[in-house]
Design a protein around this ligand. Structure first.
Ligand SMILES: [Zn+2]
Length: 328
């Protein structure tokens, strides 16, 4: 895996960015206009030949949630006759998104939560605001993170949503020109749960109500659809049910081994991954979760890829964030 740091690219500026494609309409793609950064056009286009193909992956730090560890690793705290009132463990977990700059069109994996998640008129129901509040600053929300990279929503061709929980799909409404890829079972079940006013899920009804009013370009992945290549080096993994009704992962092949498996909430943390497997506390289908974890382990072994977990603080601390550089 090659890691590029801004301070080591020689220029101190981001002029080595690949040509960004701007999505302008239902089918048509065209190159974006040069950004007004004060760098001459000639200098901007002088990218190394090796970067004119392939991809660059930026890790987006989308803030933190604070919650009881039992929600992440089930049965983390268990009362016993010897210890009838064990102390609970309140932990902070990262939220993440991944921007893949690609010559065939940029891809975004997950979007974090909506900036207006909180308050009496917030997107999240009060139950979720109480259960796992966001404990990070405004700079962490997706619009700010993309803005810092000089990327506008209409420069994203595909938005892949691992699932539709409020901390992953909260910003999808910004991507009105993108193809939004989500598992069909997740899509239909989320709409159903919201319609029947199920209070037990991690969906934000106000998010779904907003999406349904917009003319978003959904691409639903069926239950039996195989894994498929979205762009050269980027493969969509159809995990099916587990943590939620329909989970999607992404395999990203980097120029040098190992590649990365982005698995989101299909596996929250290294502790869930095991072995032995530890089931998550928020879990729709424990058999599906176990099957998915076995599949991820086999795929990682077979392709020598690293597994990047959905909410693992220790792992996320080690990963280079978009403000520091990228992977290619
Ligand atoms: Zn989730």
């Amino acid at each position: 895996m090659k890691i590029v740091e801004f301070e080591k690219d020689g220029s101190g500026q981001r002029i080595e960015r690949m040509k960004i494609l701007e999505f302008d309409g239902a089918k048509e793609w065209k190159p974006s206009r040069p950004q007004e950064t004060g760098v001459s056009l000639d200098t901007r286009l002088a990218v190394p030949a090796a970067l004119s193909t392939g991809l660059k992956m930026h890790v987006l730090d989308l803030g933190k949630l604070r919650l009881d560890k039992n929600l992440i690793v089930a049965h983390s705290t268990i009362a016993t006759p010897r210890e009838p009132n064990p102390p609970g463990q309140l932990i902070d977990i990262p939220m993440s998104g991944y921007l893949i700059e690609h010559s065939d069109g940029n891809i975004l994996y997950d979007t974090g939560c909506h900036p207006d998640w909180s308050g009496p008129n917030g997107r999240w129901p009060s139950r979720l605001q109480e259960l796992f509040p966001v404990v990070s600053g405004e700079e962490c929300f997706l619009p700010s993170r993309l803005d810092a990279l000089g990327i506008a929503p209409n420069q994203i061709r595909h938005v892949v949503l691992s699932h539709l929980h409020c901390d992953h799909a909260g910003c999808v409404e910004y991507f009105k020109k993108s193809q939004i890829i989500v598992h069909e079972d997740e899509f239909s079940s989320a709409l159903t749960r919201v319609a029947v006013r199920d209070q037990s899920t991690a969906y934000a009804p106000k998010d779904l109500e907003t999406w349904s009013r917009l003319d978003l370009n959904w691409r639903l992945i069926g239950r039996t659809e195989p894994d498929q290549t979205i762009a050269d080096g980027v493969r969509l993994l159809n995990f099916g049910s587990g943590h939620s009704y329909g989970m999607l992962g992404l395999s990203v092949k980097l120029r040098s081994e190992p590649g990365v498996l982005l698995v989101s909430d299909a596996c929250y943390t290294a502790e869930n991954f095991g072995p032995p497997i530890r089931q998550p506390g928020i879990n729709l289908d424990s058999i599906g979760t176990a099957r998915t974890l076995q599949r991820i382990a086999a795929l990682a072994h077979e392709t020598r890829a690293q597994v990047w977990f959905g909410h693992d603080a220790a792992q996320f601390n080690q990963v280079r964030k978009s403000s520091e550089g990228w992977y290619e």
